[in-house]
Ligand binder design. Structure first.
Ligand code: PLP
Ligand code: COI
Length: 343
């Protein structure tokens, strides 16, 4: 197949249409069966679909990497499958079996292999979706469900890749409330963040940090990434209370840091505590590890180090994580998942 029409050196985190997508459908009370690969293109949907009326939808985000070993790997894809299953339970949708999920992701990557960037230039972002596609007028689960995947080559999520980002703590808006859907990747969690995020960007910040909705005191997340900070040699990250998305990158970083001998504490992290830390970063599939240069709350801004140089542990964790993903270092955790046929 011909080379993809992409300038690998100027990739950003943006949408490029690729060749193929995957679609499977099921009725509410029927088991899932494997779907099919179709040419990438628009889909048609009922105006009364549950997802576009009531937000009955989930998404996932994962990446396929071309590695140092000359093959293509996914990173812990079974964790994305399980997170989507937990989300499906929460939104009353039929969970997609892990085997169907992984097989679908592999097929999509295989069929779009020419769009996977060379090692070090980016990754193929894989976006699985599960939604209530059947028509329903009352607020209730839709009668039919669609599981769909598309892929797109991406570069860094934040401009400048490993350069430090400046963040603003949101003092008026919250991402998620106790008992809500913050702990799953529900599509409805994201639109309410667009206005605060746009406003923060217009004021010169890269993103907002959300505080908890009950006491307005504790750091929850950074837009679409989890938060970490280092203080007195201990790495802290907000504990999973149900309002924070259990990031797969977050979990990997906790394991990597502990393996390096660091103490990692998962507990409530007060904004003031985070602002008194020595290093801070956020992490996610899209964001990878993004060092934080400064945090602003009201009229107070604190800068980590000189505000432009990533912290030592931040860099160490970035290298450890990406060296496993790129198969530069040995994968002692069993995290990389080779894509059959691209080995
Ligand atoms: N938090 C939110 C709200 C997200 O949308 C994401 C992205 O998936 C993350 C955190 C990071 O999760 P992961 O590391 O699994 O990509
Ligand atoms: C991810 O990290 O995969 C995300 O989903 C973040 C964002 C693009 C929503």
């Amino acid at each position: 197949m011909s080379e993809a029409p992409v300038d690998w050196d100027s990739l950003t985190f943006s949408m490029t249409e690729t060749d193929f997508m995957y679609i499977a459908k099921t009725a509410i009370d029927a088991p899932w069966a494997p779907g099919e690969i179709l040419p990438y293109g628009n889909i048609s949907i009922s105006p009364a679909a549950g997802v576009i009326n009531y937000g009955q939808g989930l998404f996932e985000g994962m990446k396929a990497y071309r590695t140092n070993a000359g093959r293509v790997v996914l990173f812990r894809p079974e964790e994305n499958a399980r997170r989507m299953q937990r989300g499906a339970d929460r939104l009353k949708m039929p969970p997609v079996p892990e085997s169907i999920f992984i097989d679908a992701v592999e097929q999509c990557v295989q069929q779009n292999a020419r769009w996977i960037p060379p090692m070090g230039k980016g990754a193929l972002y894989v976006r699985p979706l599960l939604n209530g596609s059947g028509p329903i007028l009352g607020v209730a689960p839709a009668p039919e469900y669609t599981f769909m995947i598309y892929v797109t080559p991406v570069g860094p999520y934040f401009k400048g890749g490993m350069s430090c980002i400046n963040l603003l703590i949101s003092d008026h808006h919250h991402r998620a409330a106790p008992g809500g859907s913050g702990g799953v990747k529900a599509i409805g969690n994201y639109a309410p963040g667009m206005m605060p995020s746009k406003n923060a960007k217009a004021a010169g910040y890269a993103e907002v940090i959300y505080l908890d909705a009950e006491e307005h005191k504790y750091v929850e997340e950074v837009g679409a990434a989890n938060f970490f900070c280092l203080k007195d040699g201990v790495l802290y990250t907000p504990e999973l209370t149900g309002t924070i998305l259990p990031g797969i990158t977050r979990d990997s970083i906790i394991q990597l840091a502990r393996h390096m001998g660091y103490e990692v504490v998962e507990e409530k992290v007060e904004a003031g505590f985070a602002m008194s830390a020595e290093e801070a970063f956020c992490c996610g599939t899209a964001a990878v590890i993004s060092p934080i240069g400064s945090i602003t709350l009201g009229d107070k801004t604190v800068t980590y180090s000189d505000g432009a140089t990533p912290g030592e542990l931040t860099l160490k964790l970035y290298n450890a994580l990406t060296n496993i993903q790129n198969e530069v270092d040995e994968d002692t955790f069993g995290w990389v998942h080779p894509v059959p046929g691209l080995e």
